[in-house]
Design a protein around this ligand. Structure first.
Ligand code: SF4
Length: 331
């Protein structure tokens, strides 16, 4: 197909506080995602990074319509999925799958591996009989590097890395065009993480699905991503190719995240960039630029005017009044 596989236009999610049974619903609450627009091309991996609570997991769920947006639109393969009824959504569910962070909690302990992997195949009518079902399960197990002999075992008999392979097998079994992976390796031992990452990368190259990869580990993101979106308090503050983000970040928050990474080579003056204070509560997002309370170069205008996400060339977009490339040696 031409055009992006996934597109979000001005997507927002407000988790409202209810004011009371007989009162109108309050407009206050947590604005977890605020005005996010993005596109993901066929076979492309867009990684979303940011600190805990920045809205990246909510964004992933909005793109799959696992939760309803408060505003904005989502398009999958050119068709708007926001606003569709539950039955109209059915055909899109097959085309968009999710791999969760916790391979322990996301697998039913009572079901066998064959039942787990074949569940979406049955739901979408992709297998006609038990023989077909087991053939497909065997094929999926082979693709994720597990022996076919394990299909009648239960999740407790597997390690964390093996369970995540089972989750990946289930997600790819229906041949989706889009997968959201929410911190898929962060619950695994470091020694296992690289194996699972390499597996996902190999599968994506082979099957050419589009990938939203949510992570906080910048080394993992560097390995996986084609493009990177950096989120802060529900908004994208910088987005660009992996090369531009890692070698010439323009937003002070991106520069700070990179400077905190173990292999960092970025600094402002002496040493790494140390941000002041904690991330503000998403219930009380600071006015103007929401990063101004922690930004080392904030000026008066930053406290008053919210900077728009502006394209700066080469596909890089930055939301900062004083955006400036910050060259980092390629290592
Ligand atoms: Fe910092 Fe101002 Fe840029 Fe926000 S707009 S990141 S406060 S310099």
């Amino acid at each position: 197909m031409t055009g992006p596989v996934v597109r979000a236009d001005d997507l927002g999610k407000l988790f409202s506080d209810r004011a009371g049974l007989f009162q109108a619903q309050s407009e206050t609450g947590v604005r977890a995602v605020d005005g996010v627009s993005l596109e993901i091309a066929h076979g492309e991996t867009l990684a979303v990074v940011g600190e805990s609570g920045c809205g990246k997991s909510t964004l992933g769920r909005l793109l799959l319509r696992l939760i309803e947006p408060s505003s904005g639109k989502v398009f999958l393969e050119g068709e708007e999925i926001t606003g569709l009824t539950r039955s109209q959504m059915r055909k899109f569910r097959q085309r968009a799958q999710m791999v969760f962070q916790d391979p322990y909690g996301s697998l039913s302990p009572r079901r066998t591996v064959a039942q787990i992997i074949s569940e979406p195949l049955e739901v979408f009518g992709l297998v006609k009989n038990r023989a077909q079902q087991r053939d497909r399960v065997a094929e999926m197990l082979t693709q994720v590097g597990l022996p076919t002999a394990v299909m009648d075992r239960r999740p407790r008999q597997f390690s964390g890395g093996q369970r995540q392979r089972i989750c990946i097998a289930r997600a790819i079994s229906v041949d989706p065009s889009f997968i959201v992976a929410d911190e898929p390796v962060s619950a695994l031992d470091v020694s296992i993480q690289a194996q699972v990452i390499n597996l996902m990368q190999d599968l994506q190259r082979e099957k050419q699905f589009s990938f939203l990869f949510i992570a906080h580990d910048l080394a993992v993101v560097r390995h996986m991503a084609d493009r990177v979106a950096v989120m802060y308090l529900g908004r994208i503050v910088e987005m660009g190719t992996k090369r531009s983000i890692y070698t010439a970040p323009q937003h002070p928050y991106t520069q700070a995240l990179l400077s905190a990474a173990p292999e960092a080579k970025v600094s402002r003056g002496n040493g790494r960039i140390v941000l002041q204070g904690d991330v503000p509560s998403p219930r009380r997002v600071p006015p103007g630029c929401s990063f101004h309370t922690r930004c080392p170069i904030a000026q008066d205008i930053c406290r008053k005017e919210r900077p728009p996400l502006e394209t700066k060339g080469d596909g890089q977009a930055v939301a900062c009044h004083f955006a400036k490339p910050f060259p980092i040696p390629v290592g």
